[in-house]
Ligand binder design. Structure first.
Ligand SMILES: [Mn+2]
Length: 461
């Protein structure tokens, strides 16, 4: 693991993909885009739609949410005509090559896959079918989360075919903000390069200040209460009165917008509040309100992707948020802040050397377990050197549903044995269903299996 980055090799593969697409494009009757159901994926989709429109290509799109196998999913999408005059263009999805190659092999269409998710290990990359162009920077030592978002990759591809796509570069900024979960001064590699390139082109604005992601668009009072990155213990999910008293004590108007705070105020808030959160963030000046803040815009898309996918696909083109989206967003953010507070203060836990079990009864509704687990890990609310297993009894199936999360610190300390590996170890011994990625996944277990897991967790890590 941790390969040296083969930058030139990757750029060569990208160029080759671009050239193949350019050569064949006048021959294609139609291109079908398939993208991921998250902010990054929706940003990729719009970049591609823009590109194909400019190239005068007819196109259609589908969103893949990974709840079904590629075989079942593509059955409903692949055209019966099976003609080489069509192309499929995957963005931010498509690295499950052991599932996809057997399908692609039997087709006449061209398949272009631009993805930044890790490729399943048991696939032989050297023996791709001829009709597959596979561009994935993780094969050349880049990290899909830290170095290159799906939208960064898609933007790089599109720009080589149509340089004026730079005007749509704000879409890449949304993808980067949504996938990296960091302030923009911490970007690395291609994410950083593209960010700086687009900034120089004045496609968006970069600002510096107090970072309260999730609530950058609101007042400092709401910002402290509803910030989810960082989640600030002592403020997050606390009462308005408590936060108001704190701000009044500093002579800061609680209604002052987060973005309007001056340096002395920001310094005071951090010093007296006992936290540090200062950095850079991206603003999309052509949009208003919440949508003008790249992180919040991306988070809204992520939320809508689960609630109402067509609202997600359409809102990215709007200048202002709809009333419906605003309601969905504020409900989500206030629930999450509340749940993170409950998780850090109230829930009993069972800890071993390498794991933390948190059993939820009625404190947090099951639909929120997964995001609560994710953001508690991203914020390191618990020991980052332990894997988190959070969940409880799911009444309808009478099984224990667990969200499993770990940090990069944990991966480094444990020979890169991540959540997906732990889940397959558990399944082999204890049964159950589930899966995931290095940092996040989930499993359903019978109650007796869960008890055994709790007793012997170390042997699965
Ligand atoms: Mn992505």
């Amino acid at each position: 693991m941790n390969n040296k980055q083969h930058r030139n090799k990757f750029l060569e593969v990208l160029d080759n993909g671009v050239n193949r697409f350019a050569d064949l494009s006048s021959y294609f009757n139609k291109v079908i885009i398939i993208s991921h159901n998250d902010a990054d994926g929706i940003s990729c989709l719009h970049l591609m739609q823009n590109l194909l429109y400019r190239m005068n290509l007819d196109y259609d799109y589908f969103i893949y949410n990974r709840s079904v196998s590629w075989k079942n999913y593509l059955e409903g999408i692949l055209s019966k005509r099976n003609t080489d005059k069509m192309a499929y263009l995957f963005t931010d999805v498509g690295s499950n090559l052991s599932e996809l190659i057997p399908i692609i092999e039997n087709r006449n269409e061209m398949f272009f896959i631009l993805d930044h998710h890790e490729v399943e290990t048991n696939t032989d990359i050297s023996s791709h079918p001829d009709n597959l162009i596979f561009v994935n920077p993780t094969l050349y030592g880049f990290d899909g989360l830290e170095h290159i978002a799906g939208a960064t990759l898609t933007y790089m591809f599109a720009k080589k075919l149509y340089p004026q796509i730079i005007k749509q570069g704000w879409l890449a900024i949304i993808g980067i903000a949504g996938d990296s979960l960091k302030s923009m001064d911490k970007l690395q590699s291609f994410n950083k390069e593209i960010y700086q390139e687009l900034l120089a082109e004045e496609v968006f604005e970069d600002q510096e200040g107090l970072i309260l992601f999730g609530s950058m668009h609101t007042s400092i009072l709401n910002g402290l209460k509803y910030s989810i990155l960082p989640f600030i213990p002592g403020f997050g999910g606390e009462s308005k009165e408590k936060i108001q008293t704190f701000l009044n004590g500093l002579n800061i108007n609680p209604k002052k917008a987060v973005k309007d705070l001056d340096s002395p105020e920001i310094e005071q808030i951090q010093k007296k509040g006992g936290f540090e959160s200062y950095g850079r963030y991206a603003i999309l000046p052509q949009k208003g309100g919440l949508l003008s803040f790249a992180f919040e815009h991306a988070l809204l898309l992520n939320i809508l992707c689960f609630k109402n996918i067509s609202a997600a696909v359409s809102i990215i083109q709007l200048q202002n948020i709809t009333r419906y989206a605003k309601k969905v967003y504020s409900e989500y953010i206030s629930n999450l802040a509340q749940n993170l507070k409950i998780l850090s203060n109230e829930l009993p836990r069972y800890e071993t050397d390498k794991a933390i079990f948190i059993r939820i009864r009625d404190e947090i509704p099951p639909s929120n377990w997964s995001d609560t687990a994710s953001f508690s890990t991203v914020n390191e609310l618990l020991d980052p050197y332990k894997v988190l297993l959070l969940g409880g009894l799911e009444r309808k199936s009478h099984t224990i549903k667990l969200s499993i999360r770990c940090t990069r610190k944990f991966l480094k300390q444990n020979d890169y044995v991540g959540v997906n590996k732990i889940i397959s170890n558990i399944k082999r011994e204890l049964g159950g269903t589930g899966g995931g990625h290095k940092l996040a996944g989930g499993i359903r277990l019978s109650v007796p299996s869960y008890k055994r897991l709790k007793q012997n967790i170390e042997q699965y890590i």
